[in-house]
Every structure is written in structure tokens, then in C-alpha cells.
Design a protein around this ligand. Structure first.
Ligand code: PMT
Length: 242
């Protein structure tokens, strides 16, 4: 670590280590035999062989959820877009790049999963005809034609068995509660976890987050105050348990 502050190999914060040990022993074996599918990270949609459309997702939230399920003894499959962080050891990692790739991987793992947690930031659109070679610069403007990507969460909700639990996320820049409540109506997951993106305290790429969790049977969403993503992931797992 040239700067001594950030980078690969930096020792985890003592509070994070203490929390992981506590979580492991508190929840040991609770989910033994359960299969949990987690999506994490961004997707990348090619413009040409060297450029892509993507977003700021680091994968931290999804990886924390995978770790929390692992701590409970579940068998965890992590379908992940490209990230710079190491996945928890012990999970089955399925690396994907595009939304279409993630769609395929998730549908393949779905039939064997008891719980599905969709924390990935999936691109809603992809470039209709990505160029096969690097697009050359000209003096004029460049237009890209975008087409809709599959709605993976929507597909899961259509196909899932009643015994399977599904947790969806909602990432919003404005009017979090109202927009997330509308999303939950359109996509009635068992839990809909809403967070704010953009701005100084946005959820992307931060070690911390604050959440509103919409759950069946609750009129008002539960407010989970700003905390480490690992602690919040554990709270979400508690809520899945019911
Ligand atoms: O990775 P981090 O840096 O830790 O940041 C965490 C996070 C902000 C990415 C995460 O907490 C989060 O909010 N993930 C969902 C981001 C998102 O795509 O939200 P959305 O409101 O656009 O989508 C709603 C839900 O539909 C999500 O569960 C998403 O995974 C899913 N989706 C979206 C589009 C699409 N085509 N298919 C989907 O399945």
C-alpha cells in the first residue's frame, strides 16, 4: 500500500473483523442446507470493443449479503458483474459482464435457489448495435441507439415458486420512499430494499449505507439507519428469516 490508506491488501477495520466473528458464531448453521443466490456489482454494455456503458456499483453491498448468507451456513452462489473487490471465500462465483449474461446465469441458478437477493445494478439499456471495431472520433456528434435489457427481477417474480423468497433492491436519486413504494407495487418481492444513490452519502462504492425496507405485512417501511453494509446485510437476513 504505497499510500498506507487504501488498496488491495489493506487489513480490514477491527470493527468489521469483530462483527464478522460475532455474526458467524451468532448465526452458525441457521441456514444449513439452504441455497442462496445473490447478484452484485454493475453490468457493462459494450459500445465498441474498448468502451462500455456502466455505473458506479462496487459490488460491496452484494458481497456483504453473500457473506451474511455464508455466515448462516447457506450454500451461496454469487452472480457478479465486474468489481475490484474479492468475493467472500466459500461462495460459488459466477462472473458475468452484461445484463444479458446476468439474466442467463440467474435463470440457470433460480430453480435450485431457496432465496434470491438482487443487489446488482443492472443496466436497463444496452447499445443496439455495438461497433465491432473502435469507433473513430469525428468532428460531428455521435448518437448511440439503446434498446431495453431484460428485466431480470421481473422474470424471477413471474417464474418463482411460492416457497422461494425474493429480495429486490431499489436505487433512487429522488423521493426515495415514494419511488421505492411504487417499484414495490410493480415488483412485489418479499422484501424491497431501497437506498439512495448519487450525492455525497449515496450507496455506491461506500462501506456504509442506509436503507428503507418494505416487507409484506408492514404498512410502513423499516428504516435501517446508516451503518456498515455488513451489519445491514445481516439485518436483511434476519428479516428474510421473519
Ligand atoms: O455495489 P455497491 O457500490 O455496494 O452499491 C450498492 C447498490 C447501490 C448497487 C445496491 O445497494 C442497489 O441498490 N442495487 C440495485 C441497483 C438497481 O439496479 O436498482 P434499480 O432500482 O435500477 O433496480 C431495481 C431492482 O431490479 C434491483 O433489484 C435490480 O437488481 C433489478 N434489475 C434492474 C434492472 C434490470 N434490467 N433487471 C433487474 O433485475
Amino acid at each position: 500500500l504505497a499510500c498506507g490508506e487504501v488498496g488491495d491488501g489493506r487489513f480490514a477495520e477491527p470493527a468489521e473483523i469483530a462483527f464478522q466473528v460475532e455474526s458467524y458464531f451468532k448465526n452458525f448453521g441457521k441456514w444449513a442446507g439452504k441455497k442462496v443466490l445473490v447478484t452484485a456489482g454493475p453490468t457493462r454494455e459494450a459500445i465498441d470493443p474498448v468502451r462500455f456503458i456502466s455505473n458506479e456499483s462496487s459490488g460491496k453491498m452484494g458481497y456483504a449479503l453473500a457473506q451474511a448468507a455464508l455466515n448462516r451456513g447457506a450454500e451461496v452462489t454469487l452472480v457478479t458483474g465486474p468489481t475490484r473487490i474479492a468475493p467472500p471465500s466459500g461462495v460459488k462465483v459466477v462472473p458475468v459482464s452484461t445484463a444479458q449474461g446476468m439474466h442467463k446465469a440467474v435463470l440457470k441458478a433460480l430453480p435450485k435457489s431457496d432465496i434470491v437477493v438482487m443487489a446488482a445494478a443492472v443496466a436497463d439499456y444496452r447499445v443496439l448495435n455495438p461497433s465491432k471495431s473502435k469507433i473513430k472520433k469525428t468532428n460531428g456528434e455521435l448518437s448511440l441507439r439503446l434498446t431495453r435489457n431484460p428485466d431480470i427481477l421481473g422474470d424471477i417474480l413471474r417464474r418463482k415458486k411460492t416457497s422461494q423468497k425474493v429480495v429486490g433492491f431499489a436505487a433512487e436519486t429522488d423521493d426515495l420512499r415514494r419511488n421505492a413504494a411504487e417499484k414495490w407495487k410493480r415488483k412485489p418481492c418479499d422484501l424491497l430494499v431501497a437506498n439512495r444513490v448519487g450525492g455525497r452519502k449515496g450507496a455506491f462504492n461506500s462501506d456504509e449505507n442506509e436503507l428503507l425496507v418494505f416487507a409484506r405485512g408492514r404498512v410502513e417501511p423499516l428504516v435501517l439507519k446508516r451503518d456498515l453494509k455488513s451489519r445491514l446485510a445481516d439485518r436483511i437476513m434476519d428479516m428474510i428469516e421473519g
